[in-house]
Design a protein. Sequence first.
Length: 132
Amino acid sequence: MTRFDADDPRERQKLFAEAITAHRTRGSAFATLEADHDPDLDGEESPAPWIQFADKTFNLDVHGDELDRLKAVVDDFPAFRIDELESPDEAEGTNVRITARSDANRLAAFADRVFKEVYGRDEGYRAWVSAV
């Protein structure tokens, strides 16, 4: 990979697909995708939203209504399913693991929709690949 961020919808999906492909090719532990921090959406103290992909599984954290919005996005991807929801007492949110068996482009489209529809990012949000 030669670039690690994008803010154009087509370029973001291309970036996500390249990161997933690089992760698979390298056999790395995971690929991490992040959206820019937006204090209006995330709160001043909250970290920017992130999604990890590893071994045909997406891993992400959601809070409150985000879980319902995530379930709606997953419903639009028939080859994907939520396998595990974990809400430890000491955590405010829910960690979600989603099995996703598909090609890199479809996985990238899913990740982009999660950032927009679950985490509330607008069409021009900047995304980063922080780990491959």
